[in-house]
Write a new protein. Structure first.
Length: 456
């Protein structure tokens, strides 16, 4: 044991194996790419447009009403409280109901979810403004975040490859929805919400499900792995005794796609984008939609890779030790790479957090001040400096020469061994039963497979 005697930064989680664990209710998100027919795509766009329309129409009515009342007040008239249009969800729903025939004679073409969620979102926007958390609600422009939420009753999985959406029909999904379908069939899952979004010309549906699941009892740690997160080698894993057991390279197509993205972003930036009182040019829209498409592509393949890696880790190891984001050393790279790797790191950690809970393993996040890269995994000597481009670690004290990432991974793995205890209390301790029970995430962030859990 070379690590921990005087570094003392991390507490090993206390494990009390239990035999039974009661079923828990979790909130789980699923996201699927849809393959609508041209007609269905038009209907989906119509629903998205109807939400925006209702939102803007109601906001317009409220604004006009408030302005009129202000003018009346200024001219000395008495304005009663009842003269003001209310902005609660209920008020707005009633207002829409009263005025829809005149404002939107076509309202019946879309299912009522579109309008209901417009009312809900607008009432939330007003509430946030009242609390001082947001500016006064503004009109939504075409092309701003295009989504429509559906009421749980308006959407159904008919089998493992089709989603029935009220007023749109049975829409094919690109991916198998088997896992979610099984929950619904067995009655272990209930749809809480569903949202359809259009990103870069592709449609996605995100579900939030309430799922009943029994969490496996936590075992005492036997297999320990430390994982270093990097750029060219995305994930390097090693055991405490120095064996390298995991190496996930950054796939070349990621690197190529990222270059393509940087290029199209530069193209878009040279064209006339949206600004105050200025509509974006056609050429900008074209370039921007290309940017969005590549973004979606990269995000998707990255998520698949993260999914595979985290499942493999959580299934095969009892204790996984990773470093905190700030020590990854990626940060000095230019902003695009940083942005992408930050997002990927966050997703990697989030998936490990819930998957370790599912599989009964545990996760330790090393203290951000722990120098996993600069510490020699053989003698424990700590280097004063290690520049980012030094790919090999050379120890002046004992002469060890080892791959930099493997060295870091070994050091991390050793933090998971018994006897490394925290003297500083600066974090790093993760008790599996307390891990992330309050974590929430927007369903849009969900991976294809799963996300997030919330205790109940
Ligand atoms: Zn050494």
């Amino acid at each position: 044991m070379t690590v921990g005697d005087d570094t003392d930064l991390v507490t090993r989680a206390e494990f009390e194996p239990t035999k039974t664990s009661p079923p828990t209710t979790l909130t789980q998100a699923y996201r699927y790419a849809l393959d609508p027919t041209p007609d269905q795509a038009n209907l989906l766009r119509s629903h998205i447009g109807a939400t925006r329309f209702a939102y803007n129409a109601l906001l317009g009515l409220v604004k006009v009403n408030w302005d009129e009342n202000r003018t009346r007040k200024e001219t000395g008239e008495d304005v009663a409280k009842e003269d003001y249009l209310g902005t609660s969800h209920f008020d707005l729903q009633r207002l829409w109901y009263e005025r829809r025939a005149e404002l939107a004679p076509w309202w019946g073409e879309n299912n009522s979810s579109s309008y209901n969620y417009a009312c809900l979102n607008l009432s939330k926007a007003f509430a946030n403004w009242r609390r001082g958390q947001a500016r006064f609600p503004t009109f939504k422009r075409r092309g701003s975040k295009a989504t429509v939420s559906l009421m749980p009753g308006a959407v159904k999985l008919t089998d493992s490859h089709h989603v029935r959406i009220s007023r749109v029909g049975v829409v094919k999904s690109y991916e198998s929805t088997r896992k979610m379908h099984r929950h619904l069939e067995r009655d272990t899952g209930r749809i809480l919400s569903a949202t359809v979004s259009e990103v870069g010309g592709k449609f996605f549906i995100s579900f939030t499900l309430e799922v009943v699941r029994s969490i496996p009892a936590t075992r005492a740690p036997e297999k320990v792995i430390g994982v270093d997160v990097g750029i060219s080698t995305l994930y390097t894993g090693a055991t405490p005794n120095g064996e390298q057991v995991l190496m996930v390279e950054n796939p070349r197509h990621f690197v190529r796609a990222e270059k393509r993205l940087a290029h199209t972003q530069r193209v878009a930036s040279r064209r006339q984008g949206p600004g105050p009182g200025q509509a974006p040019s056609k050429r900008w829209r074209k370039a921007n939609s290309r940017v969005q498409k590549i973004h979606a592509e990269i995000a998707n393949s990255r998520k698949n890779l993260i999914n595979e890696t985290t499942t493999r880790l959580a299934k095969n190891y009892d204790l996984i030790v990773i470093e905190d984001l700030n020590v990854t050393g990626i940060l000095k790279n230019h902003s695009l790479a940083k942005h992408i790797s930050d997002a990927a790191w966050g997703e990697f950690r989030r998936q490990l957090e819930y998957k370790t809970t599912w599989y009964g393993s545990a996760l330790i996040i090393a203290d951000r001040f722990y120098a996993s890269s600069k510490t020699c995994s053989h003698c424990g000597a700590v280097k004063a400096k290690l520049s980012l481009d030094e790919r090999m670690f050379h120890c002046e004290a004992c002469g060890l020469t080892i791959d930099r990432d493997v060295n870091a991974a070994i050091n991390l793995a050793r933090l998971g061994l018994p006897g490394t205890s925290s003297g500083t209390g600066r974090g790093g301790e993760v008790r599996p039963e307390h891990q992330i029970l309050n974590a929430t995430a927007h369903p849009d962030e969900a991976s294809t497979e799963t996300l997030t859990l919330v205790s109940a």
